[in-house]
Design a protein around this ligand. Structure first.
Ligand SMILES: NC(=O)c1ccc[n+]([C@@H]2O[C@H](COP(=O)([O-])OP(=O)(O)OC[C@H]3O[C@@H](n4cnc5c(N)ncnc54)[C@H](OP(=O)(O)O)[C@@H]3O)[C@@H](O)[C@H]2O)c1
Length: 257
């Protein structure tokens, strides 16, 4: 049987994209407690929403925080070039950036609520940012050690699984994210042969993103960020290079596209 990628990491460099809150911040804390990661790079968007992360960096020499708005391509390019000056290679990248609601945008329940500007915003943040990451991460992932580039998607982005409808922009942007990264996984299999690109569904997790929609979710189905990260790391711990281009749920099952 093929060796899992995580089992090959002895001393590695990790990158968390969107690590200032929610699932991303819980990943940062978990990776800092793992001595196999010599350095943990983390991106955040604004200083004001990143107080806990920036405070953590004051007490952890291994933690490096980089400002990056994922909707601005030049910031992605510059941020990753900055990391390249500290390390020639990354071994684990987890992208936790995404939004469901923000000021002026709530998920659409009906066609009459569709607004093209909102749809564009969903695609910009939830889909396009990830493929831009794939574009600029290539030089940091194309090396001779097995590595993972994982992105948090959502089961709601599965076209086959769509039975409820609604949430047009979020759903479609996650479906587009899946297609963009599945396509990137095929190109990576030729250009960065030691990388597995993975998409993950975290389960409903208690964060800012899910807060307005938690009513009706049974308590046992609403995960803490610590639980979600533990479950996702368990799944990632089983990943081999043969899994490149796969979409996994938090329980390790494969989700339909
Ligand atoms: N929570 C759930 O139940 C659930 C379920 C399925 C999938 N997911 C997915 O899980 C991922 C993490 O979400 P979460 O639940 O942890 O939500 P969260 O606490 O709201 O975190 C979202 C992260 O995305 C960042 N972000 C948003 N827009 C950005 C931009 N333009 N540039 C840079 N960063 C940006 C946020 O930064 P700021 O703090 O600066 O806004 C924050 O770090 C998302 O992809 C989400 O779709 C979550």
């Amino acid at each position: 049987m093929a060796r899992t990628i995580f089992s090959t990491i002895r001393s590695g460099q990790a990158l968390v994209i969107g690590g200032n809150r929610g699932i991303g911040l819980a990943f940062v804390k978990q990776l800092l407690s793992d001595p196999r990661f010599d350095q943990v790079f983390v991106t955040y968007r604004t200083v004001t929403s990143s107080t806990e992360l920036l405070k953590l960096a004051q007490t952890h020499d291994r933690l490096h925080c980089i400002a990056m708005d994922l909707t601005i391509e030049s910031q992605i390019e510059a941020g990753l070039a900055d990391i390249k000056t500290s390390t020639p290679e990354l071994h684990f990248v987890i992208n936790c950036v995404g939004f469901l609601h923000e000021e002026g945008i709530t998920p659409e329940k009906a066609l009459r609520q569709i607004e093209s500007a909102n749809l564009i915003r969903y695609f910009q943040v939830n889909s396009i940012s990830a493929v831009l990451l794939a574009k600029y991460l290539l030089p940091l992932l194309n090396h001779n050690k097995p590595n993972i580039f994982a992105t948090i998607s959502a089961k709601i982005g599965s076209i086959e699984d769509n039975r409820l409808g609604g949430w047009y922009g979020y759903r479609a942007s996650k479906a587009a994210l899946n297609m963009l990264l599945k396509t990137a996984s095929i190109e990576y299999s030729r250009r960065s042969k030691q990388t597995a690109i993975i998409l993950l569904h975290p389960g409903t997790t208690d964060t800012r993103l899910s807060k307005p929609f938690q009513r009706g979710v049974p308590p046992e189905k609403l995960f803490s960020v610590e639980k979600t990260v533990g479950l996702l790391l368990n799944v990632l711990g089983t990943v081999t290079l043969e899994d490149n281009g796969s979409f996994f749920s938090w329980d390790g099952s494969r989700l339909p596209w």
